[in-house]
Design a protein around this ligand. Structure first.
Ligand SMILES: NC(=O)c1ccc[n+]([C@@H]2O[C@H](COP(=O)([O-])OP(=O)(O)OC[C@H]3O[C@@H](n4cnc5c(N)ncnc54)[C@H](OP(=O)(O)O)[C@@H]3O)[C@@H](O)[C@H]2O)c1
Length: 338
């Protein structure tokens, strides 16, 4: 099979295509022909030394994929040849507390990921792809879709009447916008781009604030809620956006801490944190049980993931460059079959 690997994390030229032996499914495993993968910010963060967890070069990159079961190992009962499936971001987090294996399982960083043609994997580490979604669309669910789902559910699930703030127009944020609209919540979105502002409105954002033009965008968001603040912040900016998120959030609301897109790190003011009255929840994508909930929600609502562009397998490097440019809206996908 063909597989990409990062030989080192110095530049995108270290992403090399090679011919490798086809994997064979062991007991309890299935063999998947990978049809599509999607990229996440983490995939470029690793190359640029911005990933906050340990990552070692040499592995097949990319955490998110959709494909078809082409062979089953002994003892596989949950899947059959021909089933359409997606991978779980955390292959061994089935529910409850995060397992101690979570870091070792990190696709592309500590373990082989999915930017290849075939993968043998435990039947417990995949779920069925919802009917009605293409492989390209399904490949966007394991990290971005699942993370947005976790951010909007959790101890206080978002519902009609709540207001959600999403930051920027990347994969997680666009999914959060779509999922929040699906339950009737009001969405306020930030972006640095006038073009993307129109796209966010078309997806149902009630209000847009340009965070590049308005450094105090948190106060502007709060003003748009009549001074009350938002019920949930889908916090993808991290160190450079948290202070404004604390201005935007309502007392008793929640900041779902997800990302680290911003490059500046001015620190957090303890008294601002305390005075906000907000709850803070750290998100690590989610467990298999909630991925299954997401796939049911997608099937029930007919939600269509927003794909910015689909690249061919040969164009993998270009796909990474496009991700790094930040010009995308929603998800970037690589089709792995011709
Ligand atoms: N903890 C977890 O479980 C988890 C899971 C998934 C992702 N993440 C993290 O969440 C973040 C988002 O991931 P992603 O894959 O959705 O990213 P992405 O698709 O690469 O998002 C890119 C977009 O983010 C916006 N952006 C960039 N810098 C920003 C800033 N300082 N403030 C506000 N928006 C900014 C820009 O939108 P505009 O062009 O509209 O301005 C940009 O186009 C990343 O840090 C990622 O590593 C964490």
């Amino acid at each position: 099979m063909k597989a990409y690997r990062f030989d080192s994390f110095n530049s995108l030229d270290d992403l090399r295509l090679r011919e490798e032996a086809n994997p064979r499914p062991q007991r309890g495993e299935v063999l998947i022909r990978i049809h599509a993968v999607s990229l996440n910010f983490r995939d470029i963060a690793m190359v640029r030394g911005r990933y906050p967890r340990a990552c070692r070069p040499g592995f097949i990159p990319v955490s998110d994929a959709a494909g078809e079961v082409v062979e089953t190992g002994e003892g596989v009962e949950a899947f059959r040849v021909g089933d359409r499936v997606i991978g779980a971001f955390h292959p061994r987090w089935f529910g409850g507390e995060m397992p101690s294996t979570i870091l070792k399982d990190s696709y592309g960083a500590e373990n082989d990921g999915w930017l290849c043609e075939l993968k043998a994997i435990s039947q417990e580490a995949i779920v069925h792809l919802p009917d009605g979604l293409s492989y390209e669309e399904g490949a966007t669910l394991p990290c971005a879709g699942h993370t947005a789902w976790t951010a909007l559910t959790g101890p206080v699930p978002i519902r009609a009447g709540h207001t959600v703030l999403v930051q920027g127009s990347g994969g997680v944020s666009v999914f959060a916008l779509q999922l929040a609209r699906a339950v009737g919540a009001c969405v306020i979105a930030t972006t640095s781009s006038a073009r993307k502002a129109e796209q966010l409105k078309a997806l149902g954002a009630a209000e847009i604030v340009n965070y590049a033009d308005d450094p105090k965008w948190g106060s502007s968001v709060r003003a748009l809620t009549g001074g009350r603040g938002v019920d949930r912040v889908v916090e993808v900016g991290g160190p450079g956006t948290i202070a404004q998120s604390l201005r935007a959030v309502a007392p008793g609301g929640e900041i779902a801490s997800i990302g680290f897109l911003s490059t500046e790190n001015p620190g957090i003011d303890f008294f601002q944190l305390k005075a906000s009255g907000a709850n803070f929840r750290n998100i690590t994508v989610g467990d298999r049980a909630s991925l299954l909930e997401l796939t049911r929600a997608v099937a029930a609502t007919g939600l269509k993931p927003v794909i910015d562009r689909v690249f061919t397998f040969d164009q993998a490097k270009e796909a990474f460059s496009h991700l790094e440019s930040g010009s995308h809206f929603g998800k970037i996908v690589i089709r792995c079959v011709s």
